[in-house]
Write a protein that binds this ligand. Structure first.
Ligand code: 1HE
Length: 246
């Protein structure tokens, strides 16, 4: 399944309607969807919160607004299938928060990552303070928010903002290629990576190891695992290959 942010004239800035549509599209994903690609139309992935939406919100309305982003991005992270996001140009503020909710981030060389909330007098509200430090650490996120530091694609790769960098214009193709690979995995393995792995990583080690054992036993018991292991032993499955030297 492919979802695209389609407000290029506003650099795909996220207003209430777009957040609601994203949430509904993810929640309504067909039961047989195996991988999801999210991209943005135009030269920029996403300019973050639509600042013209911010105007006169009470404190309580502000909390509810942020919670609506949390619900949408939780649906992205903990939905039916892994999400690969294709990034170009601005990956800024709420756009970075959206990208941080995905399972894999592919950026092209035009991508730049920033958290201008500090300059705008606001704070992250789309889950960024919970998710972005898990990618790049509290120190780097603090630097980006306090000083307005902008990371280019290569710097972002080294920092952990994204996992792949492509030539300009090639991020979507690469994201689709990765999504096809994900879709070929056993669904229960993908489920474990999406739903068990981040929770185990948040647990104390003892509890985490126990939940890992449960998840491993559940996955192994599935017919798909038994079949795949038989295929390997019968030399019908691909070997693990060395990466190609560049
Ligand atoms: C917008 C927005 C927006 C563009 N809200 N309208 N986000 C920011 O602080 C980023 C603000 N945007 C930018 O810095 C730039 O627009 C970009 C670097 C993303 C793109 O630059 P550029 O030169 O390609 O486009 P532009 O001419 O600045 O913008 C084109 C139009 O989009 C223009 O409107 P127009 O009617 O004059 O054509 C802009 O006003 C509009 N536009 N970005 C509203 N963000 C849950 S908390 C999350 C908190 C945050 O996300 S804070 C970060 C907010």
């Amino acid at each position: 399944m492919h979802l695209s942010l389609a407000r290029p004239a506003k650099r795909n800035a996220l207003n209430d309607a777009l957040i609601a549509e994203l949430h509904m599209a993810l929640a309504g994903a067909p039961a047989d969807v195996r991988a999801i690609v999210v991209s943005g139309e135009g030269e920029h992935f996403c300019a973050g919160l639509d600042l013209s939406d911010l105007s006169e919100r009470s404190v309580a309305e502000g909390v509810l607004h942020s919670r609506s982003w949390h619900a949408a991005f939780d649906q992205l992270q903990f939905g039916r299938a892994p999400v690969v996001v294709a990034l170009q140009g601005a990956v800024v503020g709420g756009g970075f928060e959206l990208a941080a909710s995905a399972h894999i981030r592919v950026a092209d060389r035009t991508a730049f990552f920033a958290l201008p909330e500090g300059q705008r007098g606001i704070f992250v509200g789309g889950g960024g303070s919970a998710r972005i430090p898990r990618l790049i650490g509290v120190a780097r996120m603090s630097d980006m928010m306090l000083t307005g530091r902008v990371l280019g694609a290569e710097e972002a790769l080294a920092a952990g903002c994204c996992s792949y960098v492509t030539e300009p214009g090639a991020a979507l193709d690469k994201a689709i290629e990765l999504a096809r690979r994900i879709a070929a995995n056993a669904p229960l393995s993908n489920f474990a990576v999406m739903h068990a792995l981040p929770r185990i990583a948040d647990m104390a080690q003892g509890e985490g190891l126990f939940v890992e054992s449960l998840m491993a036993a559940i996955a192994q018991g599935d017919e798909a695992a038994k079949q795949r292991i038989r295929d390997f032993l019968d030399k019908r499955a691909a070997k693990v290959e060395r990466p190609q030297q560049s």
